[in-house]
Design a protein around this ligand. Structure first.
Ligand SMILES: *Cc1c(COP(=O)(O)O)cnc(C)c1O
Length: 401
């Protein structure tokens, strides 16, 4: 039975007030205590103190001009379920403390893996960890000692290779930002990492290369969710030949952090290589993390609330925004477009002033920047379904003319 003695653990004490603060964000932050207080302020006063900081000082990813990063705004069904999760603190390491959370994860994995041609996997805190987990499986299930990836691959690949004691070999990219297949030597004993949606330009490596190495890992942290879209899934054709796939759910699946999927084509083989059983564990600990929260629950809620169609509609909407942005930019004199976007990442630069200058004049959070062959470009990522491309274009027009 629930005990109501200590109100700090009760749902009746101040959650409505917290929701009100969320509705009416205040922007006059007071100083935080300089030292960790000896006697606490109590929950209500703490909320009042922290709301202008936590809510008021946050970068708003839901703003109509926010298009800079791979971090999306999150649907409110995920806030609710994350709150429920936090209140319950289920631990997926122990089936006894997570009876429903484990089932939710199984459902999400069962529902999503077929879109990638994979057959199992688990959730983890991000694709950094999903990539590490995959390369670990490659090393211990397939015995690979070398990792081959393009120069545009994410730094987490290099990091994973370092942690795992694997040799990391970098292949140049072609003019489309993809791994230059002509420069690939013998990869029959290697783990080939292909990126679906490179960080800087959103390029997709040729997935025809999947299956040619001893182990193929597809880092689809960003562009993976396109596999669900009937209009865009063809871009990732070949992914089903991979041995492992990483997707960050806190990117294009609109999930709060920390949420990602690591998926395997042969989960039994992979899981055996990355499992540890401890005396006190009733089932083996699979993957890198030990205690693990129920990130699957907000994802499950999103999938049920929106359905695949609703999810795809949002992804497709952001893809159309990127196309529209790129088309408008390409019509504009004084702008060089790096290329038409393939996965919602649009890269361009001004021809009439330095990129850094234009970047500074534009609202914070509208664009980020990236360095390509020593040159700075502006980069936009269509992760925000609430963005207003006409407004963004008109802001650029005002600054460029
Ligand atoms: C974001 C990203 C990662 C890292 O994922 P996290 O979820 O931030 O850990 C890895 N690879 C690519 C291509 C990415 O875009």
């Amino acid at each position: 039975m629930r005990s109501n003695k200590d109100q700090s653990f009760s749902p009746n004490a101040g959650l409505e007030y917290a929701i009100n603060l969320l509705r009416q964000v205040t922007f006059d932050p007071q100083h935080l205590p300089r030292k960790c207080p000896n006697s606490g302020l109590g929950e209500l006063e703490t909320m009042e103190l922290l709301a202008p900081h936590i809510l008021g000082r946050a970068a708003r990813l839901d703003r109509s001009d926010a298009l800079a990063h791979m971090d999306p705004p999150t649907p409110w069904i995920t806030w609710v379920t994350a709150l429920w999760n936090a209140s319950l603190n289920q631990n997926l390491l122990h089936p006894a403390t997570s009876p429903f959370a484990l089932e939710a994860e199984k459902l999400v994995i069962d529902w999503l893996t077929p879109f990638f041609g994979m057959h199992g996997g688990h959730l983890c805190s991000g694709s950094t960890l999903a990539n590490l987990t995959s390369l670990w499986a490659a090393r211990d299930a397939a015995g690979i000692k070398r990792v081959v990836a393009s120069k545009a691959s994410h730094l987490s690949i290099k990091k994973a290779a370092r942690i795992l004691g694997l040799t990391y070999e970098e292949i140049p990219t072609n003019s489309k930002g993809q791994i230059d297949a002509e420069q690939l030597n013998n990869i029959s004993d290697a783990c080939l990492v292909l990126t679906a949606g490179t960080t800087a330009t959103g390029s997709i490596d040729s997935l025809k290369l999947a299956g040619q190495a001893k182990w193929t890992h597809v880092d689809a942290a960003w562009a993976g969710p396109l596999c669900l879209s009937p209009s865009h899934a063809h871009l990732l054709e070949g992914i089903e030949k991979a041995d492992s796939v990483a997707v960050s759910a806190h990117k294009w699946f609109f999930q709060p952090k920390d949420s990602a999927l690591v998926m395997f084509r042969e989960p039994k083989k992979a899981n055996t290589a990355i499992s540890f059983g401890g005396g006190y564990l009733t089932s083996a600990n699979i993957g890198v993390q030990g205690s693990r929260g129920a990130a699957a629950i907000p994802l499950l809620a999103t999938l049920i609330a929106w359905g695949i169609e609703g999810l795809v509609e949002r992804i497709d909407r952001t893809m159309s925004m990127a196309t529209k942005l790129a088309e408008k930019l390409s019509e504009k004199e004084g702008i060089a477009l790096w290329a038409m976007p393939t996965t919602g990442v649009t890269v361009f630069r001004p021809l009439t002033c330095r990129t850094e200058e234009l970047h500074k004049r534009l609202p914070e959070g509208m664009f980020s920047s990236c360095l390509l062959d020593g040159e700075t470009w502006l980069r936009s990522v269509a992760a925000n379904p609430l963005a207003d491309i006409d407004e963004i274009i008109s802001t650029i027009n005002d600054e460029i003319n």
